[in-house]
Write a protein of this length. Structure first.
Lengths: 297, 297, 364
């Protein structure tokens, strides 16, 4: 067959059309394959979380059933009540909230003060002191726990909120991050503020901090995650449910409800839920906080 | 600003500067530097078998004893093996997911959310989930009809692998987020130029994408190694260092020495070892790997 | 080398139509400039030719093939991006070599081709440097070398000069024209700078809001703009425009403007009367206006700009936007603020429908 149609003198033959159609089909098949791969991987990633949620809503008999129950058609919420009350998850949650808030607030305050001093003030040994701050990043936590435990015990802070929070009230990383942000404040702004008679406190609160908001949010996320997910220190420094944090509480719960898988899983959901909710809301800050330093190397 | 004005300013602001640094420095001195230094010192003293008896100064004997023991060499081996299992795998998987989720497909946002979701899980959450799933009585495998004797976590051949899988899964979200940020930092026009230049996907990935991603990968390797060497929670929750010391990473050995055996001296020596190993590794990585990192303009 | 044809090409992004029914034929060995303001769709059109953007409707052909679903790498085109898009981690030589490697050109052949391309663009001394180590102008030439090393059917260039400083831009413009002539290449060149368009193109295609306004050689686009948009866009200083109402019949057609009544020749008068609302926009280029004490237009001098070889007399006619008159430096200089009278050369008067902006032609 000759021509299908003529476009400005270009003839498009039947063969060309079939070739074009093949290309389109190939592209569509490629897209389907890509979606299939993505979906399989998504299922693999979500599977443990899915199992957890499902099993937390099943009764013990359903959990033991073979073939396994994959969807809770008749959800029972008893496990959550058990975990919350007898399992003390409610108490653990409160403890985590208190300790994390203490740490995050303290870290933001101390880091802001230190970063401001490094960025806007001049004083002897400034460079050396900054290196001191950076040096704290090099000291791994495990090296300090032995003495810190002794210190905390001697101060009478064993098994208290103070003992849980105090070693983490300052952060070298936070000071570094905020100093970078403060250094980005244009010099003109400082001069204008000085002309307007702004003292350091006012400048810090009214100008520097608002301008550094992205970095501060990133630091808040970073501190929050670090404090919330702490494991080794709370394990060492607490001994009963009054002060145990969520992560250690989960450990305890698992031991006490070893036969009741649904209760254990309910505890897991309770432990994971706050983070999940916060991270859905603060997605952007999360990404920034986690990658601070990653992309620039 | 003239020289005299500068030096006057330095003196004036010194007071305020030091004041703003004071809170951080106080925390650092008491809870970072003092414990760090004291740790070396503690290694020189053998802890008595019963509390109340004085510590005995033994010089470097304790260092020598502990560091040449087979207990220590096993622990080192396990730690290194654990890092080798988790760090490269985590990066490769994170990169794979990031590349797949970087395509322009409809609904790709959902996949991105799913792939980042494990960032909301803590070590405790992930370990309890996997620990319960692998439990021979009530776990997933009997659920699926597979029975294993002994259970995977009690099998010296597979225990470390199981802990590694748990860790990789838990870190997947973070790895995905970091790699995605690195990918998105590559300018679109460079990828388009490589498409026009005729590069197939293989050539494009290895010669263009990967080199431009190298700062991010480098960051992930360095930080990932440090974190792997400091892993504790998953060991504590899944295997407690066993079976047969096959998962006895250094941090767990330190914990056992401190809380289990009440042997401060031994714990101090082990933590010094951890610090030195991490330091040497990080320096080695910076020397060797950074040379191969291509920083873009 | 080959020709490129766009046949009723449309691109929609959701509700936004970026390119609207664009039909254009680029001849073999032609230097065609796609000109227009930001957001007019010229870059989108170029990207569709490259295959970096899919078509919503229409067809694109390169050479004798319809390439709608063909991958960019199989279209036999090369592209120079606005930001050059050089591979920062590769040396200049490797950057130039990359297209050859991608197409599996055998190794012994690659070296000489790279050398040739480097020589054509004066880069032989820079081959071992990285992009970050060479200047902006040199980077641009590396991008060009990378494009020519393969001898593709067509070159696509997306505002390649806009990141250069003014002096370098003028120099590189000349080099680009020379390169195209030497290679006898088909080039499709996107820019928003009408000076570049006028000096470089064999033909200019002007776009606005996704719609093609006019295609033609620079001189005809300059002398006979198809509508008000083109008239105002081409030419520096831009064409003056004055509102006018059509009065009179036949040989006595006159245009009533705020500055006075301008007589028009019969042919143009007939055209003027076809205006949909009876209102026209009179366009006169600055070089077709002169100061004449007997002229029909009353104006007041606002400002005089002296450019050395010539003078721009900026005047106000009624409430209209400012009108510029070009005067040679040796003519008498009017005083600022003074009133004077202007005459428009008869063949320098363009008429546009005030409502549609379309050109009103004299019937042959």
């Amino acid at each position: 067959m000759a021509t299908e149609f003529v476009v400005h003198g270009i003839t498009v033959t039947e063969a060309d059309r079939r070739a074009a159609q093949r290309r389109v089909v190939r592209r569509r098949v490629g897209a389907v394959a890509r979606y299939a791969l993505l979906t399989v991987l998504a299922i693999v990633v979500l599977f443990p979380i899915y199992i957890t949620i499902v099993n937390s809503l099943l009764s013990p008999s359903q959990i033991a059933a073979r073939p396994p129950v994959l969807f809770p058609t008749d959800p029972t919420w008893g496990a959550y009540a058990d975990a919350w009350n007898q399992g003390s998850m409610s108490r653990y949650l409160v403890n985590s909230v208190i300790v994390t808030t203490l740490i995050v607030v303290a870290q933001i305050v101390t880091a802001t003060l230190a970063a401001y001093a490094f960025a806007f003030l001049e004083f002897p040994f400034k460079r050396t002191l900054f290196l001191v701050f950076l040096a704290t990043l090099m000291v791994p936590f495990e090296v300090t726990i032995i003495t810190n435990l002794t210190t905390v015990v001697n101060l009478g802070w064993y098994n208290t909120y103070a003992g849980l929070a105090v070693p983490f009230l300052a952060t070298g990383f936070g000071a570094f991050l905020l100093r970078q942000a403060f250094l980005g404040v244009p010099g003109d702004l400082r001069d204008a503020a000085a002309l307007d008679g702004y003292g350091h406190l006012r400048f810090m609160v009214r100008v520097a901090v608002p301008l550094a908001r992205p970095a501060m949010a990133a630091l808040a996320v970073f501190s929050f995650l670090g404090a919330w997910n702490q494991y080794l220190w709370p394990l060492i420094v607490t001994k009963d449910a009054r002060y145990r944090t969520l992560q250690i509480g989960l450990r305890q719960l698992r031991a006490t409800s070893i036969d009741q898988v649904n209760v254990t899983f309910a505890g897991v959901v309770i432990a994971a839920l706050p983070l999940l909710i916060l991270l859905v809301i603060f997605q952007k800050q999360l990404v920034r906080g986690l990658t601070a330093g990653a992309v620039k190397g | 600003m003239t020289a005299t004005r500068f030096w006057n300013r330095r003196r004036r602001e010194a007071g305020l500067g030091y004041l703003m640094l004071a809170p951080s420095l106080l925390v650092f001195s008491v809870f970072v530097f003092y414990p760090f230094l004291r740790n070396f010192y503690l290694g020189f003293f053998r802890t008595p078998p019963f509390p109340g008896l004085p510590q005995r100064y033994v010089g470097f004997d304790q260092y020598r004893e502990v560091l040449t023991s087979s207990y220590f060499t096993n622990s080192m081996r396990v730690t290194v093996l654990f890092a080798l299992l988790t760090v490269p795998t985590g990066i490769i998987l994170g990169l794979l997911l990031a590349m797949l989720a970087n395509q322009q497909l409809r609904g790709i946002g959902w996949y991105r959310t799913i792939f980042s979701s494990t960032v909301a899980t803590s070590v405790a959450v992930a370990s309890v989930i996997f620990g319960t799933l692998l439990n021979p009585q009530v776990g997933l495998l009997p659920w699926l009809g597979i029975s294993t004797t002994p259970s995977i976590l009690e099998n010296p051949k597979y225990a470390l692998l199981a802990v590694a899988v748990t860790t990789i899964w838990q870190n997947l979200g973070l790895s995905f987020i970091v790699m995605s940020s690195g990918l998105q930092a590559i300018p679109d026009e460079i990828i388009e130029a490589s498409e026009v230049d005729g590069a197939g996907s293989g050539l494009r990935f290895f010669r263009v994408t990967l080199p431009l991603l190298s700062p991010t990968v480098f960051f992930a390797v360095v930080v990932g190694s440090i974190v792997a060497f400091q892993s504790f929670g998953q060991i504590d929750l899944l295997t407690q260092g066993g079976p047969l010391q096959k998962t006895n990473v250094l941090t767990y050995a330190i914990y056992t020495a401190l809380r289990g055996e009440q042997n401060e001296g031994k714990a101090a020596v082990l933590s010094v070892a951890l610090f030195l190993v991490t330091l040497v590794l990080t320096i080695a990585q910076m020397r060797i790997l950074e040379r191969r990192v291509h920083y873009g303009d | 080398m080959a020709r490129v044809v766009l046949d009723h090409v449309t691109k929609r992004f959701g509700d936004v139509t970026a390119v609207d029914d664009l039909s254009l034929e680029v001849e073999d060995r032609e230097f065609l400039v796609l000109l227009g303001p930001s957001g007019c769709g010229k870059s989108t059109a170029l990207r569709m030719i490259a295959g970096l953007e899919s078509l919503t409707e229409g067809r694109i052909a390169i050479g004798d093939r319809v390439v709608n679903d063909v991958e960019p790498k199989d279209r036999d085109i090369a592209m120079v991006f606005q930001s050059y898009a050089l591979y920062p981690h590769m040396s200049v030589a490797r950057n130039i070599e990359f297209p050859l490697r991608s197409r599996k050109v055998p190794e012994p052949e690659r070296g000489p081709l790279v050398q040739e391309a480097a020589r054509a663009l004066g880069l032989t001394d820079l081959l071992d440097r990285k992009p970050a180590q060479v200047s902006g102008g040199q980077r641009q030439r590396v991008a060009l070398a990378r494009a020519i090393v393969r001898r593709p059917a067509a070159f696509l260039m997306d505002e390649p000069l806009s990141n250069l400083d003014a002096k370098l831009r003028v120099q590189t413009r000349a080099e680009l024209i020379e390169l195209q002539r030497r290679l006898d290449a088909t080039v499709i060149y996107v820019t928003h700078d009408q000076v570049e368009a006028m000096t470089m193109g064999h033909r200019i295609a002007i776009m606005n809001d996704g719609v093609l306004q006019q295609v033609g050689p620079p001189q005809s686009v300059y002398e006979r703009p198809a509508n008000l948009f083109v008239a105002r866009f081409i030419g520096a200083p831009p064409m003056n425009t004055i509102q006018g109402r059509v009065l009179g019949e036949g040989d006595d057609t006159v245009l009533a403007t705020p500055g006075g009544r301008i007589p028009v020749p019969a042919g143009l008068g007939a055209a003027a009367r076809t205006a949909s609302t009876g209102e026209v926009v009179v366009g006169v280029r600055p070089e077709h206006l002169e100061v004449d004490p007997d002229g029909p237009l009353e104006a007041q001098v606002a400002v005089i700009e002296s450019l050395g070889h010539e003078r721009h007399v900026v005047c106000r006619i009624g409430d209209e936007p400012l009108v510029i008159v070009r005067q040679a430096a040796d003519e008498p200089r009017p005083a600022e603020g003074s009133a004077l009278r202007l005459r428009a050369a008869v063949d320098g008067i363009h008429l546009f429908d005030a409502a549609t902006g379309a050109r009103l032609e004299a019937q042959a």
